[in-house]
Design a protein. Structure first.
Length: 498
């Protein structure tokens, strides 16, 4: 996978990316985008950069702790129609970006400002500025490739990954900008290099991102889920779901509670990242007299191996029960200071300075327990997928893992919310064998495991019990955007010959 490049595919070969069901509507969408581009800029797009969102089947909030996760790309994606400005044309280093949803995302533009600055990005705490996403991706590529005359571009964005829904709209957007910038400038980077740049780009605008979303967006393969390991180095293994009769299906349902992670990061996402790092530091000190950087490193040192095994995770879980026997509800900064043998300034400097974080107490026990248990669930899920012969109980076995994952997100990682819990319960009542929040949480979507022949019945049930009760003003058309079955789609690509 180290030598894989972003595929360039013809418009007529879109079926390489989209599962059959969603193909006709996608073709119409592409044509509309090309049309709008011509109307807006009075020129034709040269190509379309396309990166998908993803649904994480299992392995929540463990990517940044270094443990493996199991997402798959969905058909929803961010398309960017692109034309490159040639040297000598007017404003040949200017980038213009507009969105088909003009009202929410008004046009932005910028000019290359030299090797040092490249482009000014203003990040205000608690404010999400949409123009920062394309700027950060552009900047990442220009910087990495040391371009001194990056080409100007006309960009028109059409994204249909719902934002703030845990389906990784942000990563899909940044990945699309990255591949658009590469293609415009004839820069040839591997998928892996682009993933690394896209992760850093998202960090530069305020999210202390893990690497799952960018990897899933770049590496996913149609009809496969992706087992992603991060350490010792990034490794993405596509694997098929067990073949069963009826087939396994996944339905995504949006709670319609939007969680803008950039806005809530200091008390939610970025705080969780810090808590897992504090736990790694502390457990490393207790076990080996040496602070660790992440919880995967704790597991490696504990087992003397870089391979993560269920047996070892169980031993670690026993261990943390003893270490945090007397503290299940968190440490104040003062208490942390004596626990870690660092003064408060050292803690602030090491853990709380790059990304602002606000907390009265830092939870080490609950967060590390979630991370180790969730990692073992990922291993079990992956093992069930890897077996060629599916057992009769496969639905229940997979479903239970999803249910346990949700419980842990709710109780230990505290990243659920009332609406998500309600929605999960309704999904289970409606016939799901397993259901859980997916993505960062605090709102956003659930993913449910369903027998394929029960999809319609399931969707009707959830629509009636959740959407009609809480959001009775929604039309039938809206509903199709909020609750839909999904199949594993392909990853990022440049679409040519429009
Ligand atoms: P979403 O909710 O899609 O933004 C975020 C992180 C992931 C991962 C999940 C939780 C970014 C870009 N994405 O996903 O890396 O940590 O939360 O499992 O930070
Ligand atoms: Mg995101």
């Amino acid at each position: 996978m180290d030598k894989e490049f972003v595929p360039h595919i013809k418009f007529s070969s879109l079926s390489d990316i989209y599962p059959e069901l969603s193909l006709p509507s996608q073709i119409t969408r592409y044509k509309k985008l090309i049309d709008s581009f011509e109307k807006l800029y009075n020129r034709k797009p040269k190509f379309i950069a396309r990166s998908p969102g993803r649904v994480n089947l299992i392995g929540e909030h463990i990517d940044y702790a270094g443990f493996g996760v199991l997402p798959m790309a969905i058909s929803r994606d961010v398309l960017i129609a692109v034309d490159t400005i040639h040297e000598g044309e007017e404003n040949d280093m200017k980038v213009r970006v507009a969105n088909v949803l003009n009202e929410n995302y008004p046009p932005r533009n910028w000019k290359y400002e030299g090797k040092e600055k490249i482009v000014e990005i203003e990040v205000k705490e608690g404010i999400s500025e949409w123009g920062n996403y394309p700027k950060s991706g552009y900047k990442g590529i220009v910087q990495h490739s040391s371009l001194d005359k990056p080409k100007g571009m006309y960009l028109l964005v059409d994204g249909n990954v719902p934002p703030g829904a845990g389906l990784s709209s942000s990563a899909a957007f940044i990945c699309s900008v990255c591949i658009a910038t590469c293609s415009s400038n004839d820069v040839k980077l591997t998928k892996k290099e682009i993933v690394e740049i896209a992760i850093e780009a998202e960090r530069s605008i305020g999210m202390n991102a893990g690497g799952m979303d960018q990897t899933a967006s770049m590496f996913s393969l149609k009809d496969h889920v992706l087992y992603i390991q991060f350490l010792p180095s990034l490794c993405a293994t596509p694997t098929k779901l067990p073949s069963t009769n009826p087939p396994i299906a996944f339905v995504i349902a949006n709670s319609l509670i939007t969680s803008d992670k950039i806005v809530t990061a200091p008390t939610n996402y970025n705080l969780r990242v810090v808590e897992t790092k504090l736990a790694a530091h502390h457990l490393g000190q207790c076990l080996f007299n040496k602070p660790c950087e992440n919880l995967k490193q704790v597991s490696d040192l504990y087992s003397n191996s870089i391979e993560v095994t269920i047996e070892n995770l169980i031993k670690l879980l026993d261990y943390i029960e003893k270490v945090y026997e007397n503290n299940h509800d968190g440490f104040t900064l003062d208490e942390l200071s004596s626990l870690l043998n660092l003064n408060q300034d050292e803690i602030k400097d090491k853990f709380l300075s790059r990304f602002p974080v606000k907390a009265e107490k830092f939870q080490l026990y609950k967060r590390s327990k979630h991370v180790f248990e969730e990692s073992s669930r990922v291993l079990k899920f992956y093992e069930l997928c890897s077996k060629s012969e599916a057992r009769g109980s496969i639905f229940e076995e997979l479903g239970n893992l999803l249910n346990e994952s949700h419980k842990s997100c709710k109780e230990l990682f505290e990243c659920s919310c009332d609406e998500l819990d309600d929605l999960v319960k309704i999904c289970l009542d409606g016939g799901a064998v397993g259901s859980r929040l997916t993505g960062a949480g605090w709102g956003g979507c659930t993913v449910s495991l369903i027998r394929e022949n029960e999809i319609d019945k399931f969707i009707n049930f959830v629509s009636e019990k959740y959407y009609n009760v809480r959001f009775s003003h929604l039309s039938h058309n809206d509903l199709e955007n909020f609750i839909f079955a999904t199949r594993p789609g392909g990853g990022a690509a440049i679409i040519e010959n429009l």
